[in-house]
Design a protein around this ligand. Structure first.
Ligand SMILES: *Cc1c(COP(=O)(O)O)cnc(C)c1O
Length: 382
């Protein structure tokens, strides 16, 4: 089976992990700050907080922005459930903004209209989470212009998009948002096994997220209510969690980050090659605005909904590990229990009925890619 995504682990990665295993610190040592430095360098953000997953980073980000019961958080229906679940962890309610029919990212017109209605009903969201689907940045300038009129905070879910750029600036710069979150799960662009990070340019948000990562504990005397009892002293001043990344993971991340640019370049080359090879076929290929560089976490084609299931299963049976990103979040029984119904977000639902993620990963060979294309051709013709 040619998988839809796959990590690359080189001898340098293994050596970096072994060095940590032989060192004094398996966690809370020097590798985590080194990984955070590497993330800051790539994103140009002022602060980076590495955590044990993007899910944890999304939760800590929502908590740092004071999301709580009675609040609303809006995101795209076409995403992994974690982009919505972070609101539920804080007791807040979730709603969705439908996607753009071309890019499949959050639709700015829909956002504008929905915010007008929400304002009239006095039900504005506190937080908006645009998701950079497949590694393509949302139109952040337009989204920020609209959302900021209403004082809404923005967290970018850039789980797919480390190494991508938007208008000549790296995704993660936080130019148009409060916080940006990345994932380092093995199918993503670079990996730490499990892992994530939040970046921000706001010192107090960074401090709060760092505290939430470690139980809500501070060792900074200026944040304490009491004079320290001694040099052992710390205070818990918030309710946090254990969302720490280990040094074992961070060392792998530092090693992987050295190849980020190469990976994104290679993924773009392979995507262009797919574009060429699929040119004559009756399918829709990814549509990219010219002002962005996608990290190409995913290469998604769209086929007629009538043939969708047959083609998907056919490709799987031919050893092509295609996947589907995503089942609309409001289709899941957990979210339907809040009253969401099929038909509410038609563009995301249409996308779900047509989309197929073809295999794409940095070390994919051209011959593997040719196999994928040949299988897709046969399925379209049969
Ligand atoms: C992978 C992913 C997440 C969750 O990442 P983890 O690191 O596995 O917690 C969140 N949002 C999106 C869009 C993702 O693809």
């Amino acid at each position: 089976m040619i998988p839809y995504g796959r990590q690359e682990i080189l001898d340098d990665d293994i050596e970096a992990v072994i060095q940590v295993l032989k060192s004094d610190f398996l966690t809370q040592g020097p590798a985590v700050p080194r990984f955070e430095e590497a993330i800051k360098k790539v994103t140009h953000a002022k602060y980076a907080i590495a955590m044990n997953s993007a899910t944890s980073a999304l939760h800590a980000a929502c908590a740092a922005l004071d999301l709580t019961e009675g609040d609303w958080l809006w995101t795209s229906p076409n995403t992994f459930v974690a982009s919505a679940n972070c609101a539920r962890y804080c007791g807040a309610q979730v709603d969705f903004v439908d996607i753009d029919s071309k890019t499949a990212n959050l639709c700015v017109n829909q956002l504008e209209n929905k915010l007008k209605e929400a304002k009239a009903k006095n039900r504005l969201p506190k937080i908006l989470i645009p998701v950079h689907l497949s590694g393509l940045s949302c139109d952040m300038e337009a989204i920020a212009r609209v959302a900021r009129t209403y004082g809404i905070k923005i967290i970018e879910d850039a789980s797919h998009a480390i190494g991508a750029s938007y208008r000549e600036r790296p995704v993660g710069s936080c130019d148009f948002s409060d916080i940006v979150v990345f994932s380092f799960h093995p199918v993503k662009i670079v990996t730490t096994g499990e892992g994530g990070a939040a970046v921000t340019n706001d010192a107090s948000l960074a401090a709060r997220m760092a505290r939430f990562r470690t139980h809500g504990i501070t060792r900074d005397p200026s944040e304490m209510s009491h004079e320290p009892d001694g040099s052992w002293y710390y205070e818990q001043i918030d309710l946090g969690w254990n969302y720490r990344m280990t040094d074992i993971q961070a060392a792998l991340g530092v090693s992987q980050m050295q190849r980020l640019e190469k990976y994104v370049h290679r993924r773009n080359e392979l995507a262009k090659r797919y574009d060429q090879l699929l040119k004559e076929l009756p399918i829709q290929k990814p549509i990219l605005p010219t002002d962005s560089l996608s990290s190409f976490h995913l290469y998604v084609v769209r086929v007629s909904s009538k043939q969708h299931r047959k083609i998907f299963e056919g490709l799987r049976s031919r050893g092509i590990g295609v996947n589907l990103h995503y089942i609309p979040v409001h289709f899941h029984p957990y979210y339907q229990s809040f009253g969401f119904k099929k038909g509410q977000f038609p563009e995301a639902e249409r996308y779900y009925s047509e989309a197929i993620s073809l295999p794409l990963f940095a070390q994919m060979t051209e011959s593997e890619q040719d196999q994928v294309v040949a299988a897709l051709k046969s399925e379209l013709e049969s």
